[in-house]
Design a protein around this ligand. Structure first.
Ligand code: COI
Length: 359
């Protein structure tokens, strides 16, 4: 099935932000995608309209019970002027897994990918090209049925908005630097049976208390521990976490509480191809800090769409600092960053079918 969406051009386009000082998620483009869901009709009336405020009834389900979801992906500019997406069908699949958990209706994968491509095409001149920048794409769904019943809504809105961005943990325009992360030992992000694997706003809202603590310790984000024992490392506020101990790279297994990151999956694939031993298994803080004390903790890095590959130089736990790799960017983190961003921006040929062109 092929999809086409009417476009209403924005009569008042905005000036573009300075590409040399792009931060994450502050500037939004001229257009957005919007589409409705009604029982009986399914998803319908997808269209591109000028970016702007939306009107929503104050009694809408999402504003009270948070029945919503979102995705995150990026469009990249290549040296020869093409714009491309990285593994967008993975986002479509993850969207439907989240929707299933949140009782939000499923969406045809092609409809999702075509909606994203059409929105990016409408604002193609908003895709930045400076090293380390991209057009961040934020698809999301809200339940806007007017009802106070704590039951799945019957009406939804799907939207896509775009923002030219630098990386989440401000690296220096394509040059990596190490980040300070707070190990959270009091609050939890996700428990078995909850929504940890789903991309929903509530997971992040519940984490803000810990983010505040992290800020007080001059940390950029939180490393979450498991909900039951507060002992095993899970993920970082915005991203998945990888630990290189000796020659082995370890990341938490997807078991219901971890977000199945597309960057996480790509990093595991690359490591396996390079012959680097990589394990998806539980890692306790005891083992982590014992390895750090023995000098065996070689690198720690965060992976995510927004975070890309973000090396971690310090883990702050109960007031103590554990410095990793002398607070410097590790060779493996750098190689992963160079390879992934090389594939995303077309400098390295895509041999795995990860790239989809937009124009
Ligand atoms: C992304 O990486 O796309 C995310 O959604 C993380 C976001 C919470 C900053």
């Amino acid at each position: 099935m092929s999809y086409e969406f009417p476009v209403t051009r924005n009569p008042n386009p905005k000036p573009k932000p300075d590409q040399d000082h792009l931060v994450f998620g502050q500037h939004f483009s001229d257009h957005m995608f919007t589409m409705d869901y009604d029982e009986g009709q399914g998803w319908h009336d997808g269209r591109i309209v000028p970016y702007g405020d939306i009107s929503i009834d104050p009694a809408s389900c999402v504003l009270h019970y948070a029945q919503m979801m979102f995705e995150g992906m990026k469009a990249y500019k290549t040296a020869d002027g093409h714009v491309q997406l990285f593994r967008p069908h993975m986002n479509a699949k993850r969207l439907n897994r989240t929707n299933e958990r949140m009782c939000i209706p499923q969406m045809d994968e092609e409809l999702f990918v075509e909606a994203v491509k059409a929105t990016v095409r409408a604002d193609i001149d908003w895709v930045p090209e400076k090293p380390g920048t991209s057009l961040y794409v934020r698809p999301f769904i809200i339940s806007d049925e007017v009802s106070f019943s704590v039951l799945p809504a019957k009406h939804y809105r799907f939207m896509v908005i775009l923002c030219p961005s630098g990386p989440y943990y401000a690296a220096n325009m394509g040059k990596l630097s190490a980040t300070r992360i707070y190990v959270e030992d009091e609050f939890i992000r996700a428990a078995q049976g909850g929504t940890g694997f789903a991309k929903v706003g509530g997971n992040y809202a519940g984490g803000m208390k810990a983010s505040q603590k992290a800020q007080a310790y001059h940390c950029k984000d939180v490393l979450w521990l498991d909900a039951k024992e507060h002992e095993y490392v899970e993920e970082i506020g915005t991203s998945n976490a990888f630990f290189k101990i000796g020659d082995e790279v370890i990341t938490a297994p997807l078991g219901g509480t971890i977000l199945p990151g597309i960057t996480r999956d790509s990093v595991i694939t690359l490591l396996k191809e390079w012959g680097v031993p990589v394990a998806e298994r539980r890692l306790s803080l005891d083992d982590l800090f014992a390895a750090a004390k023995k000098g065996e903790l070689k690198e720690v890095y965060a992976t995510g769409t927004a975070a890309v590959i973000s090396p971690i130089g310090t883990l702050c736990y109960k007031g103590d600092d554990f410095v990793i790799n002398n607070n410097e960017v590790g060779a493996l983190s750098q190689k992963l960053y160079d390879t992934l961003s090389g594939i995303q921006t077309g400098k390295i040929p895509d041999t795995r079918g990860w790239i989809e062109r937009v124009n």
